[in-house]
Design a protein around this ligand. Structure first.
Ligand code: HEM
Length: 250
């Protein structure tokens, strides 16, 4: 098992782990965004609330979620280990230092950008994910009319019985939790600023992951860099649009 030791202790192995977990987290972002775009439908949260039930009960998705939590932790811990190792290896008293001449700003600030994303993640998970798992959630009942239009009626907390929870059309109202959160300007501001941090983090991380994995060639590296640049703008911009939409338009 010496290769396992090499992967965990060597710099190259650590970078390899950073790339693999990073690419997995990038894939998660796409799936998560597609799910969250259901919030923008004008259906009183029906699509989003039914999607949330699927995401939290489907056994395959649940298993992938555990891999996701593990990947986030691994990505964070390995990055800390790499930073410590690099700072120890750096010669002290090296005064002729022109960082801008050899690397772009985001590549030198991946730690700070990653920390912004991590702080965002803690706030984000506490606000939505932990609420859904352990919080006192509101409930909603959906009904369809003859032409398939959906209407919603919130259920007061004191009226939520065990029987009612299992009635057809009754859901835990995660949509309302999101709606309430994004009615507050400071939460919207946290999301928008964090998505700017995420954009810069991805703009270096995306192409760097491919490079570390050895997927690097004059003929296709420019394409990877271009896709990375588009990805790192479009995905965070769409994530940021959701709270902006709720605050100003919804
Ligand atoms: C407007 C933007 C976003 C909204 C409205 C949103 C909404 C939600 C909601 C409602 C949940 C809990 C229900 C669920 O597990 O699906 C959740 C979970 C989660 N979110 Fe987000 N999210 C947003 C952006 C992000 C971003 C940018 C990241 C990562 C940087 C992220 C990472 C996560 C993670 C890791 C979970 C836990 C997933 C799981 O348990 O499988 N979210 N999000």
């Amino acid at each position: 098992m010496s290769w396992v030791k090499n992967v965990v202790t060597g710099s190259l192995g650590k970078k390899f782990l950073m790339s693999l977990t990073g690419l997995f987290l990038i894939t998660f972002l796409v799936v998560h965004l597609i799910g969250n775009l259901q919030l923008l439908k004008d259906d009183g949260g029906y699509a989003f609330n039914t999607y949330s039930v699927f995401m939290t009960t489907n056994p395959i998705i649940k298993t992938v979620s555990y891999i996701l939590y593990f990947s986030i932790l691994l990505h964070v811990f390995v990055s800390i280990a790499l930073t410590i190792k690099n700072s120890k290896a750096r010669p002290t008293g090296y005064r002729v230092n022109k960082p801008g001449s050899t690397s772009i700003w985001q590549s030198r600030n991946m730690g700070i950008l990653g920390t912004i994303v991590l702080i965002f993640l803690v706030i984000h998970l506490q606000g939505f994910w932990a609420q859904y798992k352990w919080g006192d959630m509101p409930y909603v009942k959906y009904e369809f009319n003859d032409v398939g239009e959906v209407s919603r009626s919130s259920i007061a907390n004191q009226d939520v019985t065990e029987e009612l929870k299992h009635e057809e059309g009754v859901y835990r109202d995660l949509f309302m939790v999101v709606e309430d959160a994004f009615a507050q300007w400071w939460i919207v501001a946290i999301y928008v600023v964090s998505m700017i941090g995420l954009a810069f983090h991805l703009s270096h991380g995306f192409q760097s992951a491919f490079q570390t994995l050895g997927i690097n060639h004059a003929s296709y590296t420019p394409t990877i860099k271009f896709v990375g640049m588009v990805f790192s703008i479009v995905i965070p911009a769409l994530f940021a649009w959701i709270p902006i939409y709720f605050f100003f338009i919804h």
